[in-house]
Design a protein around this ligand. Structure first.
Ligand code: B1M
Length: 210
């Protein structure tokens, strides 16, 4: 409990050293690495993002918070217990064209990696046609698209249309997510699923592939 709170605080404060210190402590105390990320580090990122929304925090603090979160994740991620039964599947992930927000996308990627998926990360501000191109090239099982802005959401629909044009839509699972994405939006563009957070994203993907 104390260690989880310390991880959360380290992210909110944007303190990489403390995040690293408590990530090590979490491992020493045999805390579950996955829980330490979700209930410790990611929780801190959510808090600072909400503070930003309310005008209580500013961009530099957000970026320091993300650095602290990544520093803790670097230590914890190798200790997440892999689901040994899963067959490796290629999953394309990226933030759509026009959008540079990648903190949430990176969390989703980490959780999916931890669940045994082989993640192919196209990064952020990804030109829309790259998704179908990469999916074909890597014989992907799924495409995971993230966006944080209302102005870039329609890009996800374009990608689905491109998959259709390429004749690979039906053999592909398409997941969409990010703060403005709702279930009804996902349904309206013909995506297979969405999720409100990174761990639910993994559960949804796993239920869709099996
Ligand atoms: Co910007 N930003 N930002 N920003 N930013 C938002 C998104 C905004 C809501 C803030 C606001 O104004 N109220 C707003 C969008 C408004 C809108 O669309 N209507 C906004 C804006 C406008 C902008 C700029 C345009 C600002 C400007 O320059 N004028 C600009 C964008 C430029 C561009 O992209 N072309 C910009 C820039 C930035 C920073 C660079 C400063 C920084 C991003 C740094 C980075 O990502 N490398 C930033 C940040 C940090 C935010 C907020 C504060 C926080 C986002 C974040 O990282 N959250 C955000 C406000 C907010 O969300 N409270 C805001 C933490 C992260 C862990 O959560 O990303 O939601 P999130 O991901 C979650 C879930 O959504 C879900 O799981 C994740 C983990 O639980 N999820 C998925 C995400 N992807 C998923 C995919 C899935 C499933 C689940 O399946 C595939």
């Amino acid at each position: 409990e104390d260690i989880l709170n310390a991880l959360t605080d380290a992210v909110v404060e944007g303190d990489e050293d403390i995040a690293e210190e408590f990530a090590h402590k979490a491992l020493e105390e045999n805390l579950d690495a996955y829980e330490a990320i979700v209930d410790g580090l990611a929780k801190g990122m959510k808090i600072i993002s909400d503070m930003y929304e309310k005008g209580e925090a500013f961009v530099p603090s957000l970026l320091l918070a993300a650095d602290a979160m990544y520093a803790g994740m670097d230590i914890l991620t190798p200790y997440i217990k892999l689901d040994g039964t899963s067959v490796p599947r290629n999953v394309i992930i990226g933030t759509v064209e026009g959008d540079v927000h990648d903190i949430g996308k990176n969390l989703v990627k980490t959780m999916m990696t931890a669940a045994g998926y082989n993640m192919i990360d196209l990064g952020c501000d990804v030109p829309l046609d790259k998704f179908a191109e990469a999916a074909k090239e890597k014989k992907a099982t799924a495409i995971s698209m993230s966006t944080l802005m209302t102005t870039t959401m329609s890009g996800m629909e374009t990608v689905i249309e491109q998959l259709q044009e390429e004749g690979i839509r039906d053999s592909m699972i398409v997941m969409v997510g990010g703060a403005p994405v709702s279930q009804s939006f996902a349904d309206s563009i013909g995506a297979n699923g969405t999720a409100g957070d990174a761990s639910t994203a993994v559960e949804t993907l796993t239920s869709l592939v099996s």
